[in-house]
Design a binder for this molecule. Structure first.
Ligand code: SAM
Ligand code: SF4
Length: 336
């Protein structure tokens, strides 16, 4: 599928649930309300939609959420998608907070998953609990090591948050080097109302990179994951560090992805509201040809880029009562 701006759409991210066992401060409000279970597509419906995408040229599928590993029975979906590897699908992966990974790492590897992205913003147990509101670092580390032991390549995703983990980026980079993991830093995006100010949380990665350059030799890498990250080789560790900078450097021109929510809404862009209700199509009794046509028609409406903007401290920040966030839905709905 080629969108109106000439971009080949080959990557589907699927948020299999909006629920999560954590409440990261930049992602969710503490008192989030979640979708009623009845609103969700069942796992067979998700599999059928993914199969239609694969027939239309999707080569890579990532399951995310919310926390994908808290969805009951999710391994059934991993297994059915895994069976499509080599039959149109080249890669099946997952983004997880790792809280359930110790339990599932072996099953994921058996289903054909080769790599996992784990979100980890700090190595300080107290800070971890305050960022996630109640998570336990120890459990997450157990999950990460179980993944490595199961033969999965682990990439650590860290959201850079002003005043929260900005003093820890060096130690995270060193730790990833010791453990054999790549690290990818992400800028805060203004998605959904939360309990804090985005402008106070926002830390430009250009600043983080120049701070890192004092202690580390970073050389622009030829490696490209096909995603929005720009990678650098870290001479001291032999690993890579990636920077995802939606705010300070727009990467939309090379976007290859669309995002499906657990209710079957297809979002053409993380930072725009353009969407298509594929659940309605699915449940109207549509055959495979009609389903594919609905997906094609949706991709034909993919916007050029996102509208994210974070005000400078002291200006409007996207809090309730101030200017609304660029996108009203939270990250757990569309899947980060
Ligand atoms: N629960 C899983 C996890 O945390 O890895 C998967 C879903 S989570 C929404 C995916 C990624 O989005 C995580 O790396 C998280 O840190 C990131 N994220 C959540 N809210 C964000 C925001 N407002 N800005 C930037 N990244 C965000
Ligand atoms: Fe849950 Fe992931 Fe959002 Fe944290 S970032 S609250 S782990 S969905």
């Amino acid at each position: 599928m080629i969108d109106p701006f000439g971009r080949a759409i080959t990557y589907l991210r699927v948020s299999v649930t909006d629920r999560c066992d954590l409440r990261c401060v930049y992602c969710m409000a503490e008192d989030m309300t979640f979708l009623p279970r009845g609103a969700l597509l069942d796992l067979e419906e998700l599999d059928r939609l993914c199969a239609a995408f694969i027939r239309l040229g999707t080569r890579k599928i990532r399951l995310t959420g919310g926390e994908p590993l808290v969805r009951r029975g999710v391994m059934t979906l991993f297994r059915s998608l895994g069976a499509r590897l080599g039959h149109g699908l080249d890669e099946l992966s997952v983004t997880t907070n790792a809280s359930q990974l110790a339990r599932f790492a072996g099953d994921l590897a058996a289903a054909g998953v080769k790599r996992v992205n784990v979100s980890l913003d700090t190595l300080d147990a107290g800070k971890f609990t305050s960022i996630t509101r109640w998570g336990r670092l120890e459990r997450v580390l157990e999950g990460i090591f179980a993944a490595r032991d199961a033969g999965l390549a682990v990439k650590i995703n860290t959201v850079a948050v002003r005043g929260l983990n900005e003093d820890e980026i060096d130690s995270l980079l060193a730790w990833c080097g010791e453990q054999g993991f790549d690290l990818c830093l992400i800028e805060i995006m203004p998605m959904g109302e939360i309990d804090a100010s985005r402008s106070e949380q926002y830390l430009p990665l250009s600043l983080v990179r120049s701070r890192l350059a004092r202690h580390w030799t970073l050389t622009e890498s030829a490696y490209h994951s096909g995603g929005p990250a720009r990678y650098f080789d870290v001479a001291e560790t032999g690993r890579r560090i990636g920077f995802i900078t939606p705010m300070s450097h727009n990467f939309c021109e090379s976007c290859n992805r669309v995002r499906l929510t657990c209710t079957g809404t297809l979002y053409m862009c993380l930072g725009q509201d353009t969407s298509s209700d594929l659940r309605a199509v699915l449940r109207s009794g549509a055959d495979e040809a009609a389903l594919e046509e609905a997906i094609r028609a949706a991709v034909a409406r993919k916007p050029k880029g996102h509208d994210f903007l974070i005000a400078a401290p002291g200006e409007s920040s996207g809090l309730a009562g101030e200017a609304p966030p660029a996108v009203a839905r939270h990250m757990n709905v569309t899947g980060g």
